[in-house]
Design a protein around this ligand. Structure first.
Ligand code: SF4
Length: 477
């Protein structure tokens, strides 16, 4: 569990937590920041603090709830809930668009309910349904019917039963695997955590599927029939580790294809360039694709500080500028006087990219062309990526030419949506493309997006996260 979680620390750096089950009790450790290094001498003490044969862990970055240290610690997962004899623990990846609406129902059944983030809502809602039906599959079904959003969940019941399920759209990844001796079973957001433990990957959970675990292995139950798959396309461009696999392909292979597509889609820019650079690390794999398809030299002239580990995108606004500046260094003489293509995974606010371009200009780059693998982000995400307002997205009211001017590039070249889809090996209907098309797979998210866009274009100043505002509650009615 420890190595699995550490391998996935890129999915959340603000806090981490471990929970184990032993003799009817949950044992929990939670703390802020990255999963820490563990001294070998401390392992016996940790095993005493977290006893048992089954456990779940979580790393988190906030897409709901507050961001001060106290709130972060309260919102750290795994979370627990209890009612009478029943109790439940779960680790959740995703975001619930109709959390405010569900909160009212939960408030009625749990006196003094303190909600720190939407994982509390999912945990209490599932427990409530479990209390009604006494059957996990029925309770999960009820959750799938009432939660609007993305939820990949791993949990443990008060009896120590280990289970996992995925929302009916399968927006977030979740796979299952086992140890080579067949004695241990695991769920993980990404395959890399199975690899790190020497485990064998068995399958990716289907959208709307519940999987339970016994000594005999996995038992799979399709809870929602005919689910509409909508896997997050942003996982391929940015979020997932390159050495994780989806649909039998490494993410890095898909990112290389993104680079090849960009060469096909922008031949004139390729002709006008001397070298390729990448914004490390998510830009590295597409840069290899650009290099192979164009024959241009990939100059590794943009280097990253190995021990500044925060991911720029998931930093808070006030942390972003200084961290990027200290994290990425440009090898000046390698770009001086050159026309440069720089590959980047995405442009969200534009400020990260702007800093990199400023650095390249200072180093003497003659021209700077941006090759961006994720198409222009025009709308918020309601499913667990923290880009939640139109106002914070440079692409919501600017086209590529305008964005180039704002960030100081000679051109911004986005990969086409068709190119992105084809490289993933999935069809457009199997992907969530909500933030790049404005068409969201779930009804509440679509309703929020449409209403908030109308207001935004009318000059309305958005509050932080659309789905946490009073407007969201009104929309839910
Ligand atoms: S809206 Fe965008 S970031 Fe959010 S789940 Fe869909 S594709 Fe991913």
């Amino acid at each position: 569990m420890y190595w699995g979680l550490r391998a996935q620390n890129h999915r959340g750096h603000q806090s981490h937590g471990f929970l184990t089950y032993h003799s009817g009790q949950f044992h929990i450790h939670k703390d802020l920041d990255l999963v820490p290094k563990l001294k070998t001498s401390a392992i016996p003490e940790w095993l005493q603090r977290l006893p048992g044969y089954v456990g779940i862990g979580n790393v988190r970055y906030t897409t709901s709830g507050k961001c001060d240290d106290a709130a972060l610690l309260r919102g750290t997962q795994p979370v627990t809930a209890s009612k009478g004899d029943l109790k439940l623990a779960l680790s959740f990846n995703g975001n619930i668009a109709n959390a405010l609406q569900l909160r009212k129902e939960i408030d009625q059944h749990f006196s003094g309910f303190v909600c720190t983030c939407d994982s509390d809502i999912v945990c209490h809602k599932l427990l409530l349904e479990l209390a009604k039906s006494k059957d996990l599959a029925t309770a999960v079904n009820a959750c799938m019917q009432s939660l609007d959003g993305a939820f990949s969940v791993a949990g443990i019941t008060g009896n120590g039963d280990f289970f996992a399920f995925k929302d009916p759209h399968g927006i977030k990844p979740l796979c299952a695997g086992h140890s080579p001796d067949g004695a241990t079973f695991a769920f993980s957001s990404e395959t890399v955590s199975l690899d790190m433990n020497g485990f064998i990957r068995d399958f990716e959970l289907e959208p709307g599927e519940l999987v339970t675990v016994s000594e005999n292995g996995f038992e799979r139950t399709q809870i929602v029939k005919n689910p509409r798959e909508a896997f997050c396309a942003f996982e391929f461009a940015y979020f997932a580790r390159p050495d994780s696999r989806f649909n039998g392909k490494y993410v890095y292979e898909i990112r290389e294809d993104f680079g090849r597509n960009l060469v096909r889609e922008f031949p004139e820019i390729v002709k006008d360039a001397d070298v390729i650079l990448s914004v490390p690390e998510t830009g590295d794999d597409p840069a290899m694709g650009v290099h192979e398809a164009s024959g241009l030299r990939w100059e590794r002239a943009s280097r990253r500080h190995r021990y500044v580990t925060e991911r720029a995108f998931i930093l808070l606004n006030n942390e972003r500028f200084s961290t990027i500046d200290r994290k990425v260094n440009i090898l000046g003489s390698k770009v001086n006087g050159k026309r440069v293509i720089i590959t980047e995974d995405s442009i969200v606010r534009g400020d990260t990219t702007k800093i990199i371009i400023e650095k390249l200009r200072r180093a003497g780059a003659k021209k700077v062309y941006m090759f961006v693998t994720f198409p222009c982000i025009i709308g918020p995400c309601f499913y667990g990526i923290d880009m939640s307002t139109y106002g914070q997205l440079i692409g919501s009211n600017h086209n590529a030419e305008e964005i180039a001017k704002i960030i100081g590039a000679d051109a911004v070249c986005y990969q086409s949506i068709q190119g992105l889809v084809q490289a993933t090996g999935l069809t457009q209907e199997q992907l969530c493309l909500g933030c790049i098309t404005g068409k969201y797979p779930t009804p509440m998210a679509q309703k929020l997006a449409d209403e908030m866009r109308r207001k935004f274009l009318g000059g309305y100043k958005e509050k932080d996260r659309i789905y946490e505002t009073d407007e969201a509650a009104t929309q839910a009615k």
